[in-house]
Ligand binder design. Structure first.
Ligand code: ZN
Ligand code: ZN
Length: 350
């Protein structure tokens, strides 16, 4: 956490306090894992604000550098701000319009500025401790996958596969799923985000399985595409193109490279193979306290890849009415280049 940058900005822009209200950011700054709290950063102080339900939890999780404020039912944050005599406050752009209006009303006459992505900017580069937590989230998802691998066969419904994977993952210690799993089989695999449905896996299906675990607030995210039965020629071709695109993108990852350039490497391979119209999403996204966070690997991204970032590389080709293939791995960008965090096999051999 880099409070100095925030404090310099507060002084430079003559703002008296920065209100951090997005829970992932509150957690990042304070370590608090509950679901109702905010942090106020001022040039000289740090406040942690929650309600009586979380008083004890805050006492054990939030470091002493924070002055703790417990707002009882009916007490308003705006009253706290006014009581401190602050007239100019900065808020996060993720604040809801309703929260913003309530604060504005309570501050009557006070000024509110909206600051965009301040803490998210700091979260782009992970600490070694964060990389370790993410690694654990990857391991939990992969271990669970290996245990339910046998269910990938005709006769099992997409939903049952997703439920079993979730159950095993949680029983092994995951906090929960990173997102509702995608299990899309047969023609449904042409939907990049096909939720697990009641459809039953059939012989001959391509199956896209996109899943991940949550561990101490951190996420993992990975996709494999399986074939039930022998590969048809077009399926093998599409799979090979996607894998080539992913490998080429991986090889282009290094500190200082533009994220859109890496996206472009994968995209060109898919375009040159004639499937350019069927890769309708970005190449990847950062993963951390949120399942989708900075950086974004996409044609319009302005992000530059830096040492310490953790992100996915997930090209795909989706042919409407026929089926699709996506391969997604997670990468940590170290000083010597990308280290792939995920390790599930992805050959086309079977
Ligand atoms: Zn995914
Ligand atoms: Zn993803």
């Amino acid at each position: 956490m880099d409070l100095e940058t925030i404090r310099e900005r507060l002084l430079r822009e003559e703002v008296e306090a920065f209100l951090v209200s997005k829970l992932e950011n509150v957690r990042y700054l304070s370590g608090f894992t509950g679901s109702s709290a905010c942090v106020l950063v001022t040039p000289g102080d740090l406040y942690f604000v929650t309600d009586p339900r979380y008083e004890e939890q805050a006492a054990s999780q939030v470091p002493p550098a924070f002055q703790k404020v417990i707002l009882k039912p009916g007490e308003r944050l705006s009253a706290l701000v006014k009581g401190k005599g602050w007239s100019t406050l900065a808020v996060e752009d993720s604040m809801s319009l309703g929260q913003y209006q309530a604060l504005k009303k309570g501050l009557d006459g006070g000024e509110i500025r909206v600051w965009r992505g301040v803490i998210e900017e700091q979260r782009r580069v992970k600490t070694p401790e964060e990389v370790e937590e993410i690694g654990r989230a990857v391991a939990l998802a992969q271990e669970a996958f290996h245990k339910v691998r046998g269910m990938l066969k005709p006769g099992v419904s997409e939903r049952d596969l997703a439920l079993e994977l979730e159950f095993v993952m949680r029983r092994q210690g995951a906090q929960g799923v990173a997102f509702p799993f995608i299990v899309a089989s047969g023609p449904r695999s042409a939907m990049p985000h096909g939720d697990a449905s009641h459809k039953v896996l059939e012989d001959g299906d391509l199956v896209i399985l996109d899943f991940g675990a949550r561990w101490r607030g951190y996420h993992s995210d990975m996709t494999r595409t399986f074939k039930l039965g022998p590969w048809r020629a077009w399926e093998k071709e599409v799979y090979t193109v996607v894998l080539e695109a992913q490998e080429a993108a991986m090889a282009a990852i290094r500190p200082g490279v533009e994220a859109k350039e890496v996206d472009g490497v994968a995209r060109r391979i898919i375009e040159e193979a004639g499937y350019g119209d069927y890769f309708g999403h970005g190449l990847g996204h950062g993963v951390g306290l949120e399942i989708h966070e900075a950086p974004t690997l996409a044609p319009t991204s302005e992000d530059v890849l830096e040492v310490g970032m953790v992100f996915t590389v997930e090209p795909g080709i989706y042919l409407p009415g026929k089926g699709g293939v996506r391969i997604e791995d997670m990468v940590f960008l170290g000083p010597r280049g990308p280290e792939v965090l995920t390790s599930l096999p992805k050959g086309v051999a079977e």
